[in-house]
Write a protein that binds this ligand. Sequence first.
Ligand SMILES: Cc1cc2nc3c(=O)[nH]c(=O)nc-3n(C[C@H](O)[C@H](O)[C@H](O)COP(=O)(O)OP(=O)(O)OC[C@H]3O[C@@H](n4cnc5c(N)ncnc54)[C@H](O)[C@@H]3O)c2cc1C
Length: 486
Amino acid sequence: MQGIRKLTAQTYDVAVIGGGIIGAGIARDAALRGLSVALVEKADFGSGTTSGSTRLIHGGLRYLEMYDFSLVRMDLREREILLHIAPHLVKPLEFLIPFYGTSLWFRLKMRVGMALYDLLSYDKTLPNHRMLSAAQTLAEEPTLRSNGLQGAAAYFDAQVSQPERLCLENILDAEQHGAVVSSYTEVVDARRDGDRIVGLLLKSTETSETGELKAKVFVNATGAWFDRVSNRTHGPSKPRLRTTKGIHITCEPMNRKASVLFSPIDGRLFFVIPLLGQCWIGTTDTDFEADPSTVRADGDDVEYLLRSVEPFFPNVRKLTIFSSNAGVRALVRQGGSASSVSRMHKIEETQPGLISVLGGKITGYRAIAEEAVDAVCAKLANRTPGRTDKELLPGAREHQTLNLEATVQRAIAQEHCWHLADFLLRRQPTAFADDQGRGQASQVADVMARELGWETAQRLAELHRFEAEADRALLFRQELKSLEHR
Ligand SMILES: Cc1cc2nc3c(=O)[nH]c(=O)nc-3n(C[C@H](O)[C@H](O)[C@H](O)COP(=O)(O)OP(=O)(O)OC[C@H]3O[C@@H](n4cnc5c(N)ncnc54)[C@H](O)[C@@H]3O)c2cc1C
């Protein structure tokens, strides 16, 4: 909660409604491009669908079956980017798809699907898929039912055990780059000039404070609340979303690897995944039209999951179920069963001055945010490109620093490291970096000064000594140049 007054003090380049992963990603991307940004969220950051997800960063094997190749490719590319910019939150995870009573045709289809998944992630750092015999499958996952097991396909995707934190770090980085954000602040109405939005009317959910947020461009990133918010910004509008509920349960640990299973009830794909020392089972997919804030798992949902898991992990009903979790998907409206609706997002100017994000996944949040900010920039005639594909999230930067700190401390305590140059040129591969470790020199000198009690003059002398040693390896350049001119 920032206090509404702080938000209403200026006219921003862009104002974002919704502090889920997509709104947070948009605020960060826009702030990193130098735009002035405001973001409002009616509850806690990441408390909407972002916290109700299965927590996978994945291309989604099942979207291959729906021939959604562009979605799978985008998400596999994003998976690789997230492994790089948020390695403290996004981790590789191996999945098994066990085969029971399947035809040769099914297994062949699965093999082709796996090969295609590898092909679509040609630029990945994760290993390719493997095909396992029944004995190999049981060796890797002993609690699976052995009776009738034909083998398994094994492949890698990734997991974000705390999507709420991923969301929060986008918010924090946006703030560090100048964005003004406020949770527990709801958009209750809009001020319009004709159809064009010129201001959002805000109300604190905690106090009686109200105010108007002004911006040149607005973004609706309210996920499953999109139609509800649209009714406020535009007046009664035709629903654009199909909303479906998905639930998960957490129980005692049961399996070593993640399993992809097909429910014997309706053939739907679902997961049984190790998560933070527990077992995480989900999800379901049923139409849900009530207010997304009221979603919860009910008895029927949990019974569906238990009946789906039981044929594969016969002990599941003996385990204690610790809790449940639920979220509402925002799917761009189309007919058919809930599971068959495409997960591809859409970005549109749904009202003059209002860019809207419909649908999407956590996996693709960064790319979706970039596309949305491109649309905002086009309206502002701003050509600054996005750079969130390379910029580490704050936790990853901190992680890198702390590691670095621990490595310097170990080198001093255990590896006869006395000088800055000892560390940068011989204890680490930094000498082979294109800057020979010069970018880290000042940071490492700070840690060594603290650990070894260097005064300011000695710290400076160490930096000069390192520079001189590093420069010696470059002296040949001048000589080479004069040889070339001879
Ligand atoms: C069961 C389930 C499993 C899923 N599993 C995965 C998965 O494994 N991997 C994956 O990539 N994706 C998954 N998804 C999809 C993913 O969770 C969503 O696409 C993503 O979280 C959407 O983020 P968002 O920011 O659009 O929405 P949200 O996180 O819902 O954020 C929207 C925010 O808008 C706020 N808001 C609403 N109205 C207002 C208002 N008037 N004023 C201010 N703020 C408002 C809400 O409080 C909310 O916090 C899953 C979804 C579900 C439901």
